[in-house]
Design a protein around this ligand. Structure first.
Ligand SMILES: O[C@H]1[C@H](O)[C@@H](O)[C@H](O)[C@@H](O)[C@H]1O
Length: 558
């Protein structure tokens, strides 16, 4: 190991974020020396970012995209499956309530899968188990495969329901563990891109599920192929996994430094020994911090800390609030039931029409990834949520002109697609454009609202708020359409989106471009909307001043 010690790196790492001049009060020369040495070590650690991304890292990216794909595929495929299963379950046509049951059981399973994975993810590190992140992913693959087989072979609602819960458990766990695994493997430079890739693979998985739905629409018992094919990405993931490394963070945590070094050398192919030393040391520091935090209390004390420290509670409300808005906006009602809806309003291959919805969402996920950093999260959200509300109002109005029989759930006349149905599609696409570019993907980014000591717990709540509110929509959507009429139901969602805009205006601060410590500071000042704006302005000024007077060169430490 190089001559730099760990304290130096810690001291250096702690000053890495930008502070205003009056905050920095160094009286101790020795400390300054350590800080500078640490900074140098930190600089060496970050210098590996100039090394081109290796094939090893691409393998990780592929692995991550498989998990996102499974999330998207298994949640999207139910739209076609329920629209085409006819009388295959219990020898009679499936009712609306049963459709809602099998759809929402997956989200319910994911809710518990996320809690399970969230609780074991950190404990796994502190306990004496040899199993790493990869074992959790293998278990996820097994759940995906078992769930797919159970569904494809189902002849009763009961078996289908069990299959959906099993799949849901896998979806929830994978959605939690995979991003964690990728974050621990990927070089800092590509981390953001890989998270974006994960969102794209979720919405991409939904596109594939719709395409497969459309392809098997006219095949006898085609829905069985639709759900059964979900096993394929899980098998690919399980086959790729042995070629992927165990997380170096996990290995270092377990004291398996030599193995970690081998992995780091593969990830940072071409890095010299000093660079690998520096990376290894920075991981060690992070592990020590995590160990301190994990040793510092039980799950209950973390829950208490998250809810009883006012700034943490506000961060939680802000993050989960956006997630709940994204789900209650009604998007997944369209995603999970467009097979049924488009069939009802007269389209002969509803899955092909639904493909346009899923495809638009996929494209807008890409746009979100491209604009989010430059535009800022809050600005993007406020300039798009009104569009979701307007789209829903237009859909509600268009439905007024569709002769829909609520009792039978079919068109009153049989004369093909009514013109108002085309308007419904156009405004659904309008809605999805505004949804996909903003709340749909941005909602997953709020993990940086939580300080390190409660981040794992906060992230788990964030994931649970996603699945919890998802269950409400997936289990009520068709019933709402029947009891409130389609116009009433879409009008209701328009109201939620409108209230969402107001909520975001008051409770969602702009944190883009702020370092983690500053984000925490923001929530110490109420919901910090004004404070964050001032902080960002101040920060911009400091950067400009720094650029003008050029930083003094940093001395080499000993
Ligand atoms: O971010 C994702 C994405 O927007 C999906 O399309 C949607 O089905 C999920 O519910 C959401 O969490």
């Amino acid at each position: 190991m190089s001559s730099f010690d760990k304290t130096s790196l810690e001291a250096g790492a702690n000053t890495k974020h930008l502070k205003s001049a009056h905050d920095v009060d160094f009286e101790d020369d020795v400390h300054i020396e350590k800080v500078e040495a640490g900074r140098n070590m930190g600089d060496i650690a970050t210098s590996v970012d100039n090394i081109p991304i290796s094939w090893y890292v691409w393998m990780v990216a592929l692995t991550a995209s498989m998990a996102g794909l499974l999330f998207g595929y298994d949640t999207g495929v139910i739209s076609g499956a329920t629209a085409y299963m006819g009388s295959d379950l219990n020898n009679r046509p499936i009712t609306s309530n049963e459709k809602e049951l099998v759809t929402s059981l997956c989200s319910g399973g994911a809710f518990f899968g996320a809690i399970f994975a969230g609780n074991t993810a950190d404990r796994q590190l502190t306990q004496s188990t040899k199993f790493g992140r990869k074992m959790a992913i293998y278990i996820g693959c097994a759940l995906f495969i078992i769930g797919a087989v159970l569904q494809a072979a189902a002849y009763t609602i009961a078996q289908m329901s069990v299959g959906r819960v099993v799949i849901g458990f896998g979806v929830g766990a994978a959605a939690m563990v995979l991003p964690l695994y990728v974050a621990e493997i990927a070089p800092a430079k590509s981390r953001g891109k890989l998270i974006g890739l994960n969102n794209m693979s979720i919405t991409g998985g939904q596109v594939i599920s719709y395409a497969i739905g459309a392809a098997f629409a006219s095949v006898n018992h085609g829905w069985r192929y639709m759900v059964g094919l979900g096993a394929v990405p899980a098998i690919i993931l399980a086959v790729l996994l042995p070629f992927c490394p165990e997380s170096p963070r996990h290995l270092i945590y377990k004291g398996r430094e030599e193995e970690a070094r081998v992995v780091l050398k593969k990830i940072y192919k071409g890095a010299n020994d000093l660079q690998i030393d520096a990376v290894q040391l920075s991981i060690q520091v992070a592990c020590d911090q995590a160990r301190e935090i994990n040793d510092g209390g039980t799950a209950f004390s973390k829950i208490k800390q998250l809810h009883c420290v006012p700034s943490n509670l506000r961060a939680l409300i802000s993050a989960c609030g956006l997630m709940v808005i994204s789900q209650l906006s009604g998007f997944n009602g369209l995603m999970y039931y467009s097979g049924t809806i488009f069939g009802t309003i007269g389209f002969s291959n509803p899955m092909a029409v639904g493909l346009v919805v899923a495809g638009t969402n996929f494209i807008m996920t890409f746009v979100n990834m491209m604009v989010i950093d430059t535009m800022g999260r809050r600005r993007l959200l406020l300039s798009t949520t009104w569009g979701m509300s307007a789209g829903m109002i237009a859909i509600a109005i268009a439905f007024k002109w569709i002769p829909f029989d609520l009792e039978s759930g079919t068109l009153e006349s049989n004369s093909g697609v009514p013109p108002a149905a085309i308007a419904v599609i156009v405004f659904i696409i309008w809605f999805v454009v505004f949804y996909g570019v903003s709340v749909g993907n941005t909602a997953w980014m709020s993990t940086d609202f939580f300080p390190l000591e409660v981040r794992a717990m906060g992230t788990m709540w964030l994931t649970c708020s996603n699945w919890g509110s998802n269950v409400i929509i997936s289990s009520c959507f068709l019933s709402m359409i029947q009891s409130m009429t389609p116009s009433g139901a879409f009008g209701f969602f328009a109201g939620i989106c409108g209230l969402g805009w107001i909520w975001l205006y008051f409770f969602y601060p702009e944190v883009s471009g702020l370092v983690l410590e500053e984000v925490q500071e923001v929530f110490e000042h109420g919901f910090g909307v004004k404070y964050a704006n001032n902080l960002r302005r101040e920060r911009k000024q400091i950067i400009e001043e720094r650029m003008k007077c050029q930083d003094k060169p940093i001395a080499m430490g000993h």
